[in-house]
Design a binder for this molecule. Sequence first.
Ligand code: FAD
Length: 391
Amino acid sequence: MPESLSTDVLIVGGGVAGLWLNARLRRLGFATLLADKGALGGGQSVKSQGIIHGGTKYALSGALTGASEAIADMPRRWREALEGKGELDLSGVRLLSDAHYLWSPGTLAGNLTSFFASKAVRSRVGQVKGDELPPALQHPRFKGKVYRLSELVLDVPSLIARLAELAGDSLLACQQIEPLLDDNELVGLRVDGREIRAQRIVFSAGGGTAELLASLGLQQPAMQRRPLHMVIVKAPTLKPLYAHCLGGGTKPRITVTSHPTADGEWVWYLGGDLAEADGVARDEAAQIAVAKKELAELVPWIDLSSAQWATLRIDRAEPAQSALARPDNAFLAEQGRLLVGWPTKLALSPDFSDRVEAALARDGIRPGQHPALPELPRPPLTGPFWEGLLP
Ligand code: FAD
């Protein structure tokens, strides 16, 4: 029987939300343990596009409101952390692009008029031309308009690696999690048979949270999954591009991010409307056919004749939509010692952490005394998922 452990905060789930929270709490002097049953970052986090949104794209649907200000502040907070001057020291994490772009390929005046009607947008967006355009769009045949957003794009595998470093000895690979009760009150968890007592327990297990709650006999907070069918394309002719390409609707027609491969080429990772409902309904071959057609229309000067293509099905895990849940804020619910939530966006991990920290402060939870930890089995780190998908 492994020895029992005690800690201040026991976190389950080591995606960016759990890892960021863990690093923050350790910096504040709390003892923590973070248990993960898979690879750190290997859930949604590494499969995200790594964009640190400031919320500008919500202006396309008129939803950029005062309530969006949590997300509006995220690029600044991440930028400071990347410079080693912020709430966490993320210096060394690879920044793929210090801007994300809005790209209007044709004459979408109506759409852009309502977009620029928002004062919040006007202050954050600037048009770029000529050699300021993203490299992939610098071509004589390029027509359209491009606006620079003050948003960042991160290399998520390097972010996960840095957050795992900041976790020190607090990481624990696990398989089975059960409740640990005293007089019917949750006081910790039994992790692979080992009792771990904690002042607070946080579930930040992304799509695994519903199952964790069920193992405690809980159905709330309810979770929803939003399926996506993303496309990956690799070709020696691809140059970096980080952009929302606008269609006529309220969502980007395609969102393109570019990720480095081990052999020095770029992979384009395509999301946006392409990956949503209609895309989810298509099989892999049909989804690739649509993506090929879209790129032939949008960037006809890029030769993709020797490109390799693949698709990835992945669900976003979020709180079931209700008045409480907005896409531009992290979500946290509390039941006794248990805190449960979803950042809803990787960019909002600092907001998720703020909410947990505020709950601890409100309840007077302070760093306690705990015996030193024995050596614990560490979960592996995730790598770039695109390497495994392409032949
Ligand atoms: P996850 O990253 O899913 O991590 C959950 C962790 O919990 C995993 O490590 C898993 O192994 C572990 N776990 C699960 N069940 C258990 C269990 N029972 N016991 C122990 N451990 C468990 N957001 C942005 O801000 N910008 C973007 O550009 C962006 N692009 C996206 C693109 C796609 C295709 C998708 C799907 C999402 C995107 N998002 C983006 C959203 C973002 O990825 C998520 O909001 C964020 O990564 C969620 O982080 P998380 O730590 O909550 O969950």
